[in-house]
Write a protein that binds this ligand. Structure first.
Ligand SMILES: Cc1cc2nc3c(=O)[nH]c(=O)nc-3n(C[C@H](O)[C@H](O)[C@H](O)COP(=O)(O)OP(=O)(O)OC[C@H]3O[C@@H](n4cnc5c(N)ncnc54)[C@H](O)[C@@H]3O)c2cc1C
Length: 475
């Protein structure tokens, strides 16, 4: 298929456009994990490839930042990996990025209505014994997401229309009436998705649960929410971003930075992709990003009505991770794991994080709490987060040495995180358009994955699937 990989060179981040003088087999738009995985597979399949990335770095939603005073490396985006996430695990092995276990000893806290309930960290949160109505409701959600659930094609579920007509809030309100049970049902969803329960289709989140496994292990809510044996089991030494950084390095000059793609047009013979670094011609294009931002590109002659419906029906969650660095892991001395399911004022979920030589508490700010803080000065955000840590872990939380935070919602090439969710009606009306190619344009991005959609593993899966599609057409 086409010219030998590496035959073409493009200036990395050059101010001048470096348009192709010939045609490549495939143009990948986006150097997040899905785009990099697609490019890697395409190159391995013998295709000539160029990757156009809007930012000046690879990785997309996987990104290392450094704390301002101490220069400590922090995961601003994706951090954790767990069992059945074998595709990202294989890449980590291949590129020599080691993992270590997330601290999960002592007690975790369920903080509800100002009251802290301690429970053993080995209990998968928030499935604590004392949850009343939430127990049967969570069991029901799990049952709806099991037993032959069409993972990755939820529109094929026998009750798809009904489940996609409800928000997660409507679905759970039918089952629980007490405030604490409502809070628990909300956090079980918003911890992974960072949206309000009335923003997301119930069918979407049931598919998300069903997707938290692999071809041999059905997805479970417990695996989704757990640390041990779950999606938060391990983290990467040096930050998860080591993986995309090394993948991009291996792809070399094929990756062109600072090249936001503005339009993709095609005729029967080739696609023409216009970016801020010039215009590129290719036989196939892989758009490797969330459907909440792929609509920012102009497509000519145009997209299908269903694909446009997807662009309208998906939006990103609102999220930041706030990390505070401490001289000691004082929470451990109190027998605490560092994990909390909290009240969202403004932090709703916390973990002990890791970077060489530092003790870190990391908290997620999600949904409306994040939207409120997005346009507040950072000092306000820091003050509120630290006071929230004081509620959860005690006054020692005020003695932080440094911190790090990154506002994903304000990033034009992400528009939020961790994942794009669909509003009711979107999956049943437009779902198949998630992966259906339009002309020469193929779609990747974690939102198009079957298993582990929303996660790094899903991103890698989706990129490899899109590359298979393209190689199938090229050969
Ligand atoms: C705060 C946070 C925490 C998370 N935690 C975890 C976790 O612990 N574990 C886990 O597995 N996952 C986690 N995730 C999710 C994970 O980061 C994503 O699932 C994954 O990185 C998505 O990869 P992607 O390639 O599909 O999309 P992206 O990473 O969004 O990549 C898309 C790329 O396209 C580029 N782009 C966009 N528009 C254009 C354009 N017009 N032209 C050119 N380039 C463009 C973007 O700059 C970006 O590089 C988290 C995400 C966030 C934000």
């Amino acid at each position: 298929a086409g010219a030998a990989a590496g035959a073409m060179t493009f200036g990395r981040g050059s101010a001048q456009a470096a348009p192709v003088d010939g045609e490549v087999d495939a143009i990948v738009v986006g150097a997040g994990l899905s785009g990099l995985a697609a490019a890697k597979s395409l190159v391995e399949g013998g295709a000539s490839v160029v990757v156009l990335e809007a930012r000046d770095r690879p990785g997309g939603r996987v990104h290392n930042i450094t704390s301002p005073k101490l220069g400590a490396t922090l995961d601003a985006g994706a951090e954790f990996i767990g069992p059945t996430q074998n595709h990202i695990a294989a890449l980590a092995r291949e590129y020599g990025v080691a993992t270590l276990p997330t601290y999960n000893a002592g007690d975790s806290i369920f903080f509800d209505d100002g009251r802290a309930q301690r429970m053993s960290a080995s209990v998968p949160l928030p499935l604590i014994p004392d949850i009343g109505q939430a127990g049967p409701a969570l069991a029901r959600a799990q049952a709806d997401a099991l037993a032959g659930f069409p993972v990755g094609e939820p529109w094929k579920h026998p009750h798809a229309r009904y489940l996609d007509s409800l928000t997660w809030k409507q679905y759970t309100d039918q089952m629980v009436s007490t405030q604490s049970a409502r809070d628990l049902m909300q956090i079980a969803m918003s911890a992974p998705l960072s949206v309000r329960p009335d923003e997301v289709s119930a069918l979407y989140f049931l598919n998300y649960i069903a997707a938290s496994g692999d071809e041999n292990n059905p997805g479970t809510l417990i695996r989704l929410l757990s640390t041990d044996d779950g999606a938060q089991e391990r983290l990467f030494v040096g930050g998860a971003a080591q993986i995309p950084l090394r993948m991009a390095k291996a792809l070399g000059d094929r990756v062109v930075y600072n090249s936001p793609v503005r339009s993709i047009s095609w005729n029967g013979k080739r696609a023409t992709v216009s970016s801020d670094q010039g215009t590129f011609a290719g036989r196939r294009v892989v758009v490797a990003m969330s459907p909440a931002i792929s609509g920012q590109i102009d497509y000519r002659p145009g997209l299908s009505a269903a694909r446009k419906g997807l662009h309208r029906g998906y939006h990103m969650g609102a999220v930041s991770k706030f990390a505070a660095l401490y001289p000691t892991a004082f929470w451990r001395k109190k027998g605490l794991s560092g994990q909390v399911y909290g009240d969202g004022r403004p932090i709703d979920v916390t973990f002990e994080s890791y970077t060489e030589g530092h003790h870190i508490l990391m908290g997620f700010i999600s949904a409306d709490a994040m939207r409120r803080l997005d346009h507040q000065p950072e000092s306000v955000l820091v003050r509120e987060c630290i006071e929230n840590f004081v509620d959860y872990f005690g006054p020692e939380a005020r003695d932080y040495l440094d911190y790090g935070v990154f506002k994903w919602d304000l990033e034009p090439w992400s528009k939020g995180g961790p994942v794009a969710v669909s509003s009711p009606g979107t999956l049943t009306q437009y779902g198949p358009a998630l992966r259906d190619p339009v002309g020469p344009v193929h779609w990747a991005g974690t939102e198009t994955a079957d298993y582990w959609t929303g996660y790094m593993d899903g991103a890698v899966r989706s990129g490899q699937r899109a590359a298979r599609e393209v190689l199938g057409v090229l050969s």
